[in-house]
Design a protein around this ligand. Structure first.
Ligand code: ZN
Length: 133
């Protein structure tokens, strides 16, 4: 079963903790052992795993991505004007795969799963697939 989630982002760059939705998707699937994949079907957003306890970590990640990929660059060619968002999305990646043991995602105590917006605010979706096995 492929589960689809909707979310509304609030700013151009934002990391939204989606760990609870992923845990719920695992419960709904009934899977005990296997993998859960979390996938972002957008070209200017991504999925990552990082610290969920101290929100300054998210702030620092977004700050440094802005330094690496400035919104304006004299040599960007992409006509839509959001090249920085595409660059950030490919750097972060479109998906994550997490082991599932005893019906729970195996995450470290400080780890959380984030939907990463880089060209918001927008309506977005992400997909969760639990693979038993
Ligand atoms: Zn674009």
């Amino acid at each position: 079963m492929l589960q689809k989630f909707h979310l509304r982002t609030r700013s151009r760059s934002q990391m939204i903790n989606i760990t609870e939705q992923v845990r719920e998707a695992i419960r709904q699937s009934g899977a005990v052992d296997g993998f859960v994949t979390v996938y972002c079907p957008h070209t200017t957003a991504g999925i990552t795993i990082n610290e969920g306890a101290d929100s300054d970590v998210v702030r620092d990640i977004l700050l440094h991505l802005d330094e690496l990929f400035p919104w304006e660059h004299p040599q960007y060619r992409h006509g839509e004007g959001n090249s920085a968002a595409h660059l950030k999305a490919s750097t972060i990646g479109a998906s994550q795969a997490i082991p599932v043991v005893n019906s729970e995602a195996v995450l470290g105590i400080w780890q959380a799963i984030f939907f990463c917006e880089f060209d918001g605010p927008r309506h977005r979706t992400f997909l969760v697939k639990v693979i038993q096995g």
